[in-house]
Design a protein around this ligand. Structure first.
Ligand code: SF4
Ligand code: SF4
Length: 256
């Protein structure tokens, strides 16, 4: 089943890329965890008191499928300079969100044929625009699944770096039916700052100094993202920035 899910993701990427003028994505990373995983119980403490649990999305939930779709290096490099997000970065954000919708549909259909149900979640824009917190954090779920560890910039560093997007879905597929899931990646620290106190390159790259001494200023960050959304509105809705992801030792790989 692990191979079938991976094949769904790979096929969706290959099909989608045929509609684009250039290659947008690298090799995806897949994780599957039990809907009863102990780590999930902390989401309401760590992310938000209103964070959903698997059973809120799919009654009888058994597992969560979570994946990371890394951007091609050229997209990341396009976002190195200037204060506003590059067009390539904005386009990659929009197209990857749509790709994740396609992947979720394809996996759900494959699971349905195998006799399992799926509760799908949007790739983004599932957050409260007042509190600026999400009621389902793909990144935190990916962290629990061992796909990566959080960096000094609050982004998740995977073995393919931090530049890309996460998707996840809740299913009735028991993890016991996916033996490979048991070999989930054990958690490990990847961020240089967290390991040694050094680096810090990510925070220095923020054009609006959102990582101030008083902690992360969500509103300042979101205001910059909205500015980029306005700048690139001809492409679609791209309220992103990503300056604190590009040009780092952890952009394309785990630096530890
Ligand atoms: S740039 Fe350095 S400090 Fe920031 S997340 Fe990456 S490794 Fe950690
Ligand atoms: S996304 Fe942009 S505005 Fe937000 S913290 Fe990172 S660099 Fe700063």
């Amino acid at each position: 089943m692990y191979q079938k899910i991976n094949a769904c993701i790979r096929a969706a990427i290959d099909t989608y890329e045929k509609t684009l003028p250039f290659k947008m994505w690298k090799e995806p990373i897949l994780g599957i965890i039990s809907a009863e995983d102990e780590g999930l119980k902390l989401l309401r403490e760590v992310v938000s008191s209103t964070h959903l649990l698997p059973g809120d999305i799919l009654p009888g939930a058994e597992s969560i499928i979570v994946f990371f779709i890394p951007f091609q290096d050229s997209i990341v490099e396009s976002n190195l300079h200037g204060e506003t997000a590059s067009r390539e970065w904005a386009l990659a954000y929009i197209k990857t969100n749509d790709l994740i919708r396609v992947i979720n549909d394809d996996i759900a259909e494959m699971l349905r044929r195998e006799g399992y149900a799926a509760g799908k979640l949007p790739a983004t824009h599932n957050f409260d625009t007042e509190r600026l917190v999400s009621d389902w954090s793909h990144r935190h779920v990916a962290c629990i699944a061992g796909l990566g560890s959080f960096g000094f910039n609050n982004m998740l560093i995977t073995d393919q770096g931090c530049c890309g997007r996460f998707g996840s879905m809740v299913t009735s597929l028991p993890v016991s039916a996916v033996p490979e899931a048991a070999a989930a990646r054990p958690p490990r620290e990847r961020c240089i700052h967290k390991l040694t106190g050094g680096c810090g390159a990510c925070r220095k790259r923020c054009p609006v100094n959102a990582y101030g001494d008083g902690g992360f200023d969500r509103r300042r960050c979101y205001a910059q993202c909205l500015k980029n959304g306005e700048l690139h509105k001809d492409l679609g809705y791209a309220d992103v920035c990503g300056k604190c992801l590009a040009g780092l030792p952890c952009s394309f790989r785990s630096p530890e």
